[in-house]
Design a binder for this molecule. Structure first.
Ligand code: AMP
Ligand code: ZN
Length: 138
């Protein structure tokens, strides 16, 4: 299903032009307009799903290998030293476009640090309590 008010639906289905790297029946892969680094790409399903929780399993199973394929091509073509696969779900997690997408971000040695966090602290008791809470909801 498409959402007529969703910009990524329009881009994924070719109604709005984009710099497209790859397309198949399920996905379009485009270059991000505001790249975090040279080559930053977005994997967009052609159907509208708000986030990873709404994405059907058979599409989700195709998204990760596609990310690996795009990242490997970036290493070969752009000479990046690695890449991040990043996928934000919810405003609190940094999601700004509510159509599932996976970022493929080339990383260059000596480049700026990104997709990082400051490790916090935990106790075995806290970890066990947290795990129990999540497990109950699985
Ligand atoms: P997120 O914050 O995970 O929702 O990522 C949204 C991404 O979409 C950002 O990196 C934006 O730069 C990118 N973006 C937004 N609009 C467009 C567009 N029309 N074409 C390409 N990239 C876009
Ligand atoms: Zn959409």
């Amino acid at each position: 299903m498409k959402d007529s008010s969703c910009i990524f639906c329009k881009i994924a289905n070719g109604e709005i032009p984009s710099t497209t790297l790859y397309e198949d029946d399920n996905f379009r892969v485009i270059l991000d307009l505001g790249p975090a680094s040279r080559g930053h790409a977005l994997i967009l399903p052609k159907e509208h799903f708000a986030d990873v929780c709404a994405l059907p399993e058979q599409l989700a199973a195709k998204a990760l290998p596609l990310g690996a394929r795009i990242g490997a091509a970036m290493k070969q073509a752009l000479g990046c030293d690695g890449f991040n696969l990043v996928q934000n779900n919810g405003e609190a997690a940094g999601q700004t476009v509510f159509h599932f997408h996976m970022h493929v971000i080339p990383r260059y040695a000596g480049g700026p640090s990104m997709v990082t966090w400051t490790p916090g602290e935990s106790t075995p008791e806290e970890l066990a309590e947290t795990a129990k809470a999540i497990q109950k909801a699985l």
